[in-house]
Design a protein around this ligand. Structure first.
Ligand code: MG
Length: 367
């Protein structure tokens, strides 16, 4: 099988809640998502999506995804989309770095491989665990009382893991953690995600001030070294996210016992192929994971669901359903949250059909 045409589309994804706010007063109102459509000489068509969390979260931005795909696409014509590791090596030889640029292409090729073999992607990623899996709900950064006021509504939607966006003024963040913690019921789990927002002295104050609270601390500071310094001074369960972007740092963090949970975002690692490699390594090492992406619509939610559903249940800390946060649906048959849980499709490939009327005219095509 050969790739015969690559088309790229741009879709705006507004949020039901109007905006999503996190550390350092960073905020997004409308997500800029990129959908890749890959056609083959055998008539099978696959789709992928990449959606950075604005331009100041990870070293990734929406226009950069499209610019990078424009560089890669001509080199992919004639390549076999079902030979995924080989294809990834070819992408890395054509464009060094920029993992997020390759993510939607890799995702679309998994969709093709699934259709070609008659298997859902979750089967091809290793097998399906259980009927469904658990989701977390991010609580966008606001005043402490406003964030606490969101918990009951999200719980009514079935969520039991609440990821609080902190990483601001330490005293306000301590109030945020305390206010939300007061709303928790037995079985709920609280994660305070600073998204790199604290300096070390600020993080040190926060973890000491909430010592009596059952809360996970996620990515308190910018770098791995800064986070590790906080890890060593707290007994809270500890999650690393932004600073774990590949296997070398994942292995180093494991050898130092620098985290209890790691957040595997598909585009941060460069697609399903590389995220699966990290996932499988974590399974072997016994490290629990949140499986997700930076953001996205229906196509990314479908891809996340296949990687999450093929992760052993006891090692899947949580996952996410981004398609429930946004007002625009870019594909039919994407998985939908049911009582705080999600299940991957059992139909071949990713199991989605893009809504061409939503994707509109291609931004560019290569054939
Ligand atoms: Mg995080």
């Amino acid at each position: 099988m050969e790739i015969s045409k690559i088309s790229v589309f741009q879709v705006d994804l507004p949020l039901h809640e109007g905006s999503y706010n996190w550390s350092g007063n960073k905020s997004v109102q409308v997500f800029d998502s990129t959908v890749v459509r890959i056609e083959t000489d055998e008539g099978i068509i696959g789709h992928g999506e990449v959606c950075p969390l604005g331009a100041v979260y990870l070293p990734a931005y929406a226009e950069g995804a499209r610019a990078g795909i424009q560089v890669l696409a001509p080199a992919l014509l004639g390549q076999d989309p079902t030979q995924l590791v080989k294809l990834n090596r070819h992408m890395d030889a054509t464009l060094k770095g920029h993992p997020y640029v390759k993510s939607a292409i890799d995702m679309a090729c998994w969709d093709i491989l699934g259709q070609a073999t008659g298997q859902p992607v979750s089967n091809l990623l290793g097998g399906r665990y259980g009927d469904d899996f658990l989701l977390y709900r991010a609580i966008s950064q606001e005043a402490p009382e406003a964030m606490a006021g969101k918990v009951a509504g999200y719980r009514a939607e079935g969520y039991r893991k609440f990821q609080l966006k902190v990483g601001g003024d330490p005293e306000t963040d301590i109030e945020r953690i305390r206010a939300v913690s007061a709303e928790l019921q037995r079985g709920d789990v609280l994660i305070a995600d600073a998204n790199t927002g604290w300096l070390m002295h600020q993080a040190a104050r926060v973890v000491r001030a909430v010592k009596d609270i059952d809360v996970y601390i996620e990515q308190p500071c910018e770098t791995f070294e800064e986070c590790y310094s906080i890890r060593k001074m707290t007994d809270h369960p500890f999650v690393l996210d932004e600073s774990i972007d590949g296997l070398p740092i994942l292995l180093r963090a494991n050898s130092l016992q620098a985290m209890d949970v790691v957040n595997i975002k598909i585009s941060k690692f460069g697609g399903l192929t590389k995220a699966r490699q990290a996932r499988d390594l974590c399974v072997s090492l016994g490290i629990a994971m949140t499986i997700e992406d930076s953001w996205g619509g229906d196509i990314i939610t479908a891809a996340i669901s296949h990687l999450a559903h093929s992760t052993p249940t006891e090692l899947l800390f949580s996952s996410t359903d981004f398609n429930s946060y946004v007002t625009i649906s870019n594909a039919n048959d994407a998985p939908q949250r049911n009582n705080g849980r999600l299940a991957a499709s059992t139909t071949p490939g990713l199991g989605i059909t893009p809504k061409m009327e939503v994707l509109g005219q291609a931004v560019f095509e290569v054939n």
